[in-house]
Design a protein around this ligand. Structure first.
Ligand SMILES: [Zn+2]
Length: 356
């Protein structure tokens, strides 16, 4: 599975990756999972979702199907299906117990079927996470290279779609593309087949460079931090920090580097919070003009935070927008502070009254 080798100071040019001459094989896979039938209180923390089925198709570079994989898994954690799950996945616990194999065995079979040239493709970003979380539960080491780049077909479909850029369900995409619906949805293998059919309809000249980065495993240190160059923006993924304040104070997180000449730019508007988990900034390169920076703070598995920063060129109107957002953010903060002061005063007044 190790197409992308481990390197220090990783710089990936996404369109070069897409156009690379090495033989590619696409592994389009889908998982079905179960969850605690009695709600969150009885959920097992390390495994909120137990994988019960793996379905996959292997495509060659022309996106033709060359092989398929399907496997049911014998549940070990939740011995009853959650009612919502049994409604959609068309499986029964009896069937899983009878035809399923143990998860570690299933993953090893899947892994060897995948082979060395795998480019993973999934509908949405959850399947790789849940697969790895289940592996961690069983103490299995990740077989994937780091960083793990994959295609989120749901994202790519939104990118190529004419009617707006929002993510839609697989069922919707299949309908919109007028793909023949000859099998039910929500069985792992069938959904993988549909996803593969959607892939065949995508404009790969456009979509090809837009790899997604798997965030289940994060950079452990500064050297492992990820830098990926897309046609219209640069993306950086930091290591984990205890708090978002600590993350935004890190020089490498906060630096704005020109997408063209790689020089550190001067900031015209310094990072300011925009919403709960994001920060914005504006910087300029003397030679290459204005750039917008955006940082999204995301939670790690163990409650720390990491930063995903994108840097992309903007015109004057884009710059104006950032400065308007900064003004808005400033107003919000001063209003919040005013409220806080009022409340403090009120509390003080009440205390005095009590004491009198
Ligand atoms: Zn520059």
């Amino acid at each position: 599975m190790g197409k992308y080798r481990k390197k220090s100071d990783l710089v990936f040019q996404s369109d070069l990756l897409y156009n690379a001459t090495i033989m590619k094989e696409y592994i389009v896979f889908d998982l079905e999972w179960n969850q605690s039938p009695y709600g969150k209180d009885t959920s097992v923390g390390a495994m909120p979702f137990e994988v019960i089925e793996i379905g996959a198709v292997k495509l060659n570079e022309q996106m033709e199907k060359v092989s398929d994989f399907r496997c049911l898994i014998k549940p070990q954690v939740y011995r009853e299906l959650h009612f919502k799950i049994s409604e959609v996945v068309h499986r029964s616990m009896e069937e899983l117990m009878e035809k399923g194999i143990l998860f570690p065995e299933a993953v090893r079979a899947f892994e060897s079927w995948c082979g060395e040239q795998a480019v993973f493709c999934t509908w949405g970003s959850m399947d790789l996470t849940e697969l790895q979380r289940n592996m961690a539960f069983y103490g299995m080491e990740s077989p994937f290279s780091f960083p793990l780049l994959y295609y989120d077909i749901q994202k790519l479909y939104a990118l190529c779609r004419e009617q707006g850029k929002e993510r839609v369900s697989l069922d919707t995409a299949v309908k919109e593309l007028e793909i023949q619906e000859d099998r039910p949805f929500h069985q792992a293998f069938d959904d993988a087949c549909y996803t593969a059919k959607v892939m065949k309809c995508l404009d790969w000249q456009k979509a090809g460079p837009y790899f997604s980065i798997d965030y289940y495993r994060l950079p452990h240190n500064r050297k492992e931090e990820i830098f990926l160059k897309f046609p219209r923006y640069d993306k950086y993924v930091s290591r984990a920090f205890d708090t978002k304040e600590e993350a935004i104070a890190d020089r490498k997180v906060a630096d704005m580097v020109c997408c063209e000449c790689r020089k550190t730019m001067r900031k015209k508007i310094r990072w300011f919070p925009s919403g709960q988990r994001a920060y914005l900034c504006l910087a300029s390169c003397q030679e290459h003009g204005l750039y917008k920076g955006k940082i999204r703070m995301k939670k790690t598995e163990n409650g720390q935070v990491f930063a995903v920063k994108t840097v992309k060129p903007v015109d004057e109107a884009g710059a104006e927008e950032i400065s308007a957002k900064k003004e808005e953010s400033r107003k919000k903060r001063s209003e919040k502070n005013r409220q806080r002061r009022l409340e403090k005063k009120k509390r003080k007044g009440e205390m005095n009254e009590k004491n009198n």
